[in-house]
Design a protein around this ligand. Structure first.
Ligand code: EPU
Length: 426
């Protein structure tokens, strides 16, 4: 078992470059199933979740070549001859279920393990299934698997375009239904769709394969089904959540930290909150941001997570660490996942004063955090605990760091390059 050992109190400075977005790369890899020929993806982050998605595609029979040095991945879906996403992979990464939409669209069938809950919530997939059902899919759940089949009708195995009204703008369901609709017969309209920049990235990628998708980035996406899609070459967008993580790290203990590829326009509510707190952010240009030493003491604030363009739930644990060090009372409300405060007890072990009341965290800022042995509960909570270690007095040992490796490329190396005293030990 590997751990991070962090000696807190170092000032971070220098430049850090943000990698490709996990939550885009995973979907683009799944979407490449839809093509009839080879796709090349560039700027693919070297993270565990990407490895798992590649394993899922290989299990389906796709040929995948990874060029680690150049961060590119070549996917040839022509050899796909299996339609099953097995439990061993889905339980490792629930985003594996995103192969369902492309497989249904192209082959009319898929068998996918029911993902179950995880450390941040129960995470239903009812909206994915309802969307598929609206498009003519029959499904049954047996022995922990969902078997989906396109109802046989005179259109053969193709799904039928339709109006899908979503109860909640689920990102995964929007993506799965959008991919399913690409090769469907006729027009699909997704109402109350998720609006994240990663949804736009997926739509642009699919359009570059020959799909006809309009309205991505709004709450109404219109997909006109086409007969076939061809392979393409595409560069994954930068990871806004990684950018947000480094900006908060710089706000906690940095001076003259430049975050390259931050694409700040993708996270405007987050940046407004940081400004309200008093983090000294300057926008260099569209892609780059600099954080300098604060000009006065930081202010407490209240934050509520919401689907995009609201404050992102993925940055909730990260900003909570910052708020835990600011004098006064801040309240953070988590509206997207029901169980995303598990890390708070670990933070309290480091001296924070946070009380959970339902889906609210009441944070009384403390003067200092102190190093302690702590666990990483999930990806973002793990990164948050590392940030707490950077600002804490003394040494912090973070265990279960495999969670962090799932989504942050070279996290420890990037922090080290900014001057953090962090090392990995077995
Ligand atoms: N939900 C349902 N039914 C559904 C789908 C979702 O009730 O059919 C609920 C979920 O239980 C959850 C909420 O809706 O409470 C949001 O779920 P959504 O489908 O929007 O999230 P997701 O697609 O499962 C993605 C990211 C998450 C990120 C959320 C919210 C990927 C691979 N994951 O999950 O990222 O937190 O959107 O923005 O894209 C992370 O990167 O650390 C991470 C957890």
């Amino acid at each position: 078992m590997e751990k991070f050992v962090i000696n807190g109190g170092k000032i971070l400075s220098g430049k850090v470059k943000i990698s490709g977005a996990k939550n885009s790369a995973l979907k683009l890899i799944a979407a490449s199933i839809l093509a009839d020929s080879k796709t090349t993806l560039k700027n693919v982050p070297k993270i565990e979740d990407v490895n798992i998605m590649i394993e899922v595609l290989r299990t389906l029979g796709a040929r995948v070549n990874v060029d680690t040095e150049n961060k590119s991945v070549e996917i040839n879906p022509e050899s796909i001859d299996s339609y099953e996403a097995p439990y061993e992979l889905v339980r490792k990464m629930r985003a594996s279920i995103l192969v369902a939409g492309p497989l249904l669209s192209k082959f009319g069938k898929v068998k996918v393990a029911v993902p179950g809950g995880c450390n941040i919530g129960s995470r239903q997939i009812d909206l994915h299934l309802k969307g598929f059902e609206d498009m003519g899919v029959e499904y049954s759940i047996e022995h922990g698997y969902i078997n989906c089949q396109v109802e046989s009708n005179k259109t053969g195995v193709r799904l039928s375009g339709t109006m899908v009204n979503m109860d909640f703008p689920s990102r995964g369901a929007t993506e799965n239904i959008m991919m399913a609709a690409c090769l469907a017969r006729g027009q699909t309209v997704i109402n109350n769709a998720a609006r994240e920049p990663e949804i736009i990235d997926l739509a642009c990628f699919l359009n570059s394969m020959g799909a006809d998708i309009q309205g991505s980035g709004t709450d109404c996406i219109v997909i006109n089904g086409v007969k076939s899609l061809k392979g393409t070459e595409y560069e994954v967008m930068p990871d806004s959540i990684e950018a947000g993580t480094f900006i908060v790290a710089a706000g906690l203990c940095g001076n003259k930290v430049e975050v390259e590829n931050a694409k700040w326009k993708n996270l405007q509510v987050f940046y407004s909150k940081l400004k309200e707190i008093g983090v000294n952010i300057s926008i260099i240009d569209e892609n780059n941001i600099r954080v300098d030493e604060p000009q006065s003491t930081y202010n407490p604030t209240n934050i509520s997570t919401l689907p995009y363009p609201g404050f992102p739930t993925d940055l909730q644990p990260i900003i909570t660490v910052l708020l835990s060090t600011i004098p006064g009372v801040s309240i953070v409300t988590e509206n997207v996942f029901e169980n995303r405060f598990m890390y708070v007890d670990e933070l309290n072990r480091m001296g924070a004063n946070i009380k959970i009341d339902g889906h609210h965290a009441v944070i009384k800022g403390v003067e200092k955090l102190s190093g302690a042995p702590v666990r990483s509960f999930d990806l973002r909570a793990g990164a948050a605990i590392v940030l707490a270690g950077l600002v804490a007095e003394g040494s912090t040992e973070v265990s279960d760091i495999y969670h962090i490796k799932r989504g942050y490329e070279d996290f420890e190396e990037k922090l080290k390059s900014l001057g953090a005293d962090i090392k990995k030990v077995s």
